[in-house]
Each structure stands twice: as C-alpha cells, then as structure tokens.
Write a protein of this length. Structure first.
Length: 335
C-alpha cells in the first residue's frame, strides 16, 4: 500500500475505458502514453499484470511506502529523492532555459516507511509512477482510472489527495533490495524521452481545414505557444500576425483525442484524453498517432508547430519503432 503525503495535481490512471463515448464518457488513459509505457517496461518481470500509474502533474509530489515494493519513475525532468537523498538530479531551469532536456527514468526499491519525493517538474507536464503490485481499486465502467464526468466512487472519480491510500496487493520481494535498482542510460532514454522547447506535431487535416487555411492565408502552421495545459485540452496562442477567422459550424460533431479545434475569435484548442466527447468549433486537424505522446510534454510557454504530411504506413512504422526502442531500453539499463 502507498500513502500519499503530498499530492499536487495527481491522478490515478490505467489503460482507459472503451465503449462509452456515446454516453459522454471519454476514454481517458495516460496523457503521455510513451512515458507511462516506459515506466511499466522498466519494471520488467516485476510489472503488474494490469498496467496502472500515478500521473503526477508539474507540482511537487511525495508518497510513503507502507510495504516493501519496487517502483518505476518516468516522465518530465525533475529531481527524485529517496528519504531526502537525491537519486536523480535535474539542474535548475535557468541552466536549461534554451536547451533541450531528457526526462527522468529509473527504478527504486522501497522498504516499509520509505519516502519517495519528486520535485516540481522543470519541463513538461506529467511524470508517471507505477509499482510491482496489482492495483485493488474498484473497477467503474471498465476502468480503475480517473474520469472527470459522472459521480464515480472512490479515486475513480476525482484527483488523488494528500492522505489517500493506494490499495495494492502486497508484492513478494525476492532477495535483497538495493536502494537504486536500475537507472536508464541517457543515450537510451533520449530517443523518445526528449523535452524540447519547440515541438513539431504532425497532423491529418479534417473538417474545415481547407477553409481555415485559405481564409487565414496559412502557409506555415505556427509557431503557436501553449497558454494552458491539462488532461482535457491545451489552449494555444496564435501568432500576433494571424487574424481571427469567420469559419463557423452549424452542428456539433464527435471529437477524438488529438483533435485541434479553432474557435472563430480565440486560440486553437488541442483536445486531450479527458475532453468533451462532442464539439461545435471549426476543426483543423487531428494529431497523428505517432506524435500524440508529445502532447503530454507541452507546457505553458513552449512552442508548437503543426506539420502536414503523408500518413501511409505510419502507424505500423511507429509501432515497430516503439517496440524496438523498448527493447533498446531493456538492453541499456545500468545496474
């Protein structure tokens, strides 16, 4: 069992819900699925049968282990402390103000009473913690994860708070647990664990894309700047030279994760996993599957450019590359 000492903005998430969009319930799941998958992969044979994570926002976070366990941490660059001893240091934000950074990725073995603390994130939005134990929270609509809609019981319907207990099956330790069991080699992490100040998101045009492009005389789609970021949506600030448009829609239509909506007199909106399931704003495009994990690494102030290109064979190529990277990760772990 894990006791939350300092929560910040933290949610309990799993792989998400399937089949409830027609009822107004979004699918949910990790905001940055690449970092979440990395944390799960780092546990190796210790990983629980059903994946789950604590998705930790940009504020500081800490928990206390009430039983011996092994935890994996992956995601936004930040300092990690075990009983006040720093095991993964990130330099100050001023040093890296104009530099790209690599996120944190490590595995820790905790004894009963140990405290795990994460500093505020230097870049990005979310960091993930998972554990070598099965989650025992109630299943609601096929998921144990957070959902912003509906009066769901327990942690499934709200943010994690200080004092909460994450109910887990007691893991069975084997042998002597070292304090820092594994740490990911930086060269292995840097492939898909990068946090640049300027992100490029590839998209497929949908809806009113042609009309918007012609009316706004768009030759290049950016750079935009992130004003606000959370699990529901990112609000982007358009360049000052880009005027408002008059494109309107008469009816609402279903939304998908990664859809870019463009209000007539406002900033573009990039929808996330906990978005509304229908919307009536003009639609610009949908972020391609291979770039959706990058959305969870955007934070207020960083730049975003949309890039349009061919999508033939992309999903299969992305999945092959992702699996190859996960194999590389396992081959570059420092014991």
């Amino acid at each position: 069992m894990l006791m939350i000492h300092e929560a910040g903005i933290t949610y309990l998430v799993d792989a998400g819900r399937v089949g409830y969009l027609k009822d107004g319930i979004p699918e949910g799941g990790p905001l940055d699925d690449m970092s979440a998958e990395l944390a799960y992969a780092l546990l190796g044979t210790r990983a629980p049968h059903t994946p789950w994570w604590l998705e930790i926002g940009p504020a500081a976070f800490s928990l206390i282990a009430e039983n011996p366990c092994t935890v994996a941490v992956a995601g936004a660059p930040r300092a990690v402390y075990l009983n006040r001893e720093c095991v993964s240091q990130v330099e100050s934000v001023e040093v890296h103000l104009h530099q790209d950074m690599v996120g944190v990725a490590l595995v820790l073995s905790l004894e009963a009473g140990d405290t795990l603390t994460l500093s505020a994130a230097v870049r990005g939005v979310v960091t993930y913690i998972t554990c070598d134990a099965e989650l025992r929270e109630a299943i609601v609509l096929g998921s144990r994860g957070y959902c912003p809609f509906g009066d769901f019981p327990g942690l499934a319907g709200r943010r994690v708070r200080a004092g909460d207990h994450i109910n887990l099956e007691v893991s069975s330790p084997t042998g002597i647990r070292t304090r820092v069991r594994t740490r990911l080699n930086a060269s292995a992490a840097s492939v898909w664990l990068a946090y640049p100040r300027q992100q490029t998101l590839r998209f497929s045009p949908v809806g009113e894309f042609v009309t918007l492009r012609d009316e706004l005389s768009l030759d290049a789609f950016g750079p935009f700047h992130v004003q606000q970021a959370d699990r529901r949506a990112l609000r982007l600030l358009a360049p000052e030279t880009m005027r408002a448009h008059a494109v309107a829609r008469k009816t609402s239509s279903p939304t998908v994760r990664g859809l870019v909506q463009w209000p007539a007199s406002g900033s573009p909106i990039l929808l996330g996993p906990d978005r509304q399931t229908v919307g009536g704003y003009a639609r610009f495009g949908v972020i391609r599957r291979a770039d959706q994990y990058k959305v969870g690494r955007l934070w207020p102030g960083c730049g975003v450019t949309f890039e349009y290109g061919d999508v033939e064979g992309e999903i299969a190529a992305f999945e092959r590359a992702r699996r190859a990277w996960m194999r590389r990760v396992k081959n570059h772990i420092i014991e």
